[in-house]
Ligand binder design. Structure first.
Ligand code: LLP
Length: 413
């Protein structure tokens, strides 16, 4: 969806320079066409097996984007009451929502049940108890699945691996079995599925197949005890290309998974986030100051770690490209923000031609970009723009200092 016209970068038919002039920087920009095709590619790859694609809201939760996905037929994976409100506001249906997370609060469980949620992914025996008693108090049956921690190595960054037994997520298959037996006896609990999510930015097939194998073993055991399972939730976690990663091919991923499911009546559920939005979004920023010392060249831009924390937090690599290409000498630049921390870098050692006031696009920033931004250094969060063909629309205005101060008060007038 990104291309150049006379050396200038465009997303779909919209010039990024024009967006910068109209809306300022730093600004997140998303391509509707890219989101649509990523969703459709994943969904259609599973056409031969009954399935639901529950977009992981946490990856990018702007209500315009949720609305687009709801219109495409997506369900949603949420991890908080706040995300549920977003989904409902965007026109999503509660019965197509699954609720994950190790620390759901009572009000969130109650809110999910009264909204008619599709499934609560239960992560501990204690949570199962709590859901049962809230359901009984509300006289509402709770649809549940247990999140199994299959103890497989997803071979990804340790901060985003979730399916190893050293991680806080889910319960062992043995504990899950006991929880299902408990749930089966409870008149307020409705067992609907088995759940897992083993990590994020995974580029190998084997961990997914290992996890599915463990889920199927548990499923067989449960069915032999008369406990019926409607769906198997494989979570999200498919990786994308930021630099030179070799992401899984969706078609072969789907072929391998559906083959393991052949002859089984259970439907499949997925919770993809990153593959739907990562490469559909970028962060547009302007170079503020260039400075050099004997060692390094620094380009100080108007975006910072508060806008995009992935490089600082995970050492993540994001492609940086000038919006207008120059022909002058290339130099190696560290692209840094104005925040008072050495960890405030967006990229290091990038060979590009730069001048002050140039616009830069930080690519693959659609997932875990805006949603992880903060007000650190009292910086207002960036604006968000959705591009559709030759149109663009502001889907979140830039935050002002007054927006921040509206929540605070002086200790005395
Ligand atoms: N389901 C559950 C239960 C999850 O915890 C996650 C992500 C997903 C689905 C979606 O995973 P995806 O398809 O997007 O990989 N901030 C990190 C990623 C954290 C992922 C957390 N859980 C990053 O920027 O790389």
């Amino acid at each position: 969806m990104l291309h150049r016209v006379d050396g200038d970068l465009y997303m779909e038919q919209v010039s990024l320079t024009e967006i910068a002039e109209q809306h300022g920087t730093p600004t997140y920009i998303y391509s509707e066409t890219a989101i649509r095709s990523a969703y459709e590619a994943f969904d259609s790859a599973f056409a031969t097996h009954p399935h639901t694609v529950c977009y992981a809201v946490k990856a990018c939760s702007n209500i315009s984007i949720l609305q687009l996905l709801a219109e495409l037929g997506a369900g949603f994976d949420i991890v908080s009451g706040g995300e549920l409100t977003r989904v409902l506001r965007a026109g999503g249906e509660a019965r197509r929502v699954v609720f994950s997370g190790v620390g759901k609060q009572n009000w969130e469980i109650e809110y999910a049940l009264t909204s008619g949620i599709g499934c609560l992914n239960i992560e501990s025996a204690s949570e199962l108890q709590r859901v049962a008693s809230i359901a009984a108090a509300k006289q509402l049956r709770a649809p549940v699945s247990v999140r199994v921690n299959p103890d497989v190595d997803p071979k990804t960054h340790p901060y985003i691996a979730t399916g190893l037994k050293e991680n806080k997520f889910g319960v062992s298959a043995t504990e899950a079995l006991a929880m299902y037996q408990q749930a089966a006896k409870d008149p307020w609990l409705d067992i609907v599925g088995i759940d897992c999510h083993i990590g994020s930015q995974i580029t190998e097939l084997e961990p997914f197949l290992d996890a599915l194998r463990k889920l199927l073993e548990l499923c067989d055991e449960l069915e032999s005890q008369g406990i019926e399972i409607n769906h198997l939730d494989l979570g999200g976690g498919l990786g994308v290309r930021y630099r030179d990663e070799e992401p899984l091919d969706t078609e072969s991923f789907a072929a391998a998974i559906t083959q393991s499911m052949s002859g089984r009546p259970q439907s499949l559920l997925f919770e993809p986030g990153r593959i739907i939005v990562a490469n559909a979004g970028l962060l547009l920023t302007r170079v503020n100051t260039l400075k050099s010392n004997e060692d390094r060249n620094f380009a100080v831009i108007d975006a910072a770690m508060n806008d995009l924390i992935r490089p600082a937090l995970y050492g993540a690599w994001q492609e940086v490209t000038p919006v207008h290409e120059h022909d002058q000498d290339r130099k190696s630049w560290d692209i840094v923000g104005p925040v008072c921390e050495t960890g405030d870098f967006l990229a290091k050692d990038r060979e590009i031609c730069l001048e002050e006031n140039d616009l830069l696009a930080i690519l693959s920033a659609g997932a875990y970009g805006f949603v992880m931004s903060s007000n650190y250094n009292s910086r207002g969060r960036a604006a968000e723009i959705l591009v559709t063909g030759s149109e663009h629309r502001c889907i979140r205005r830039r935050e002002t200092i007054e927006d921040q101060l509206a929540l605070e008060s002086l200790r005395r007038q």
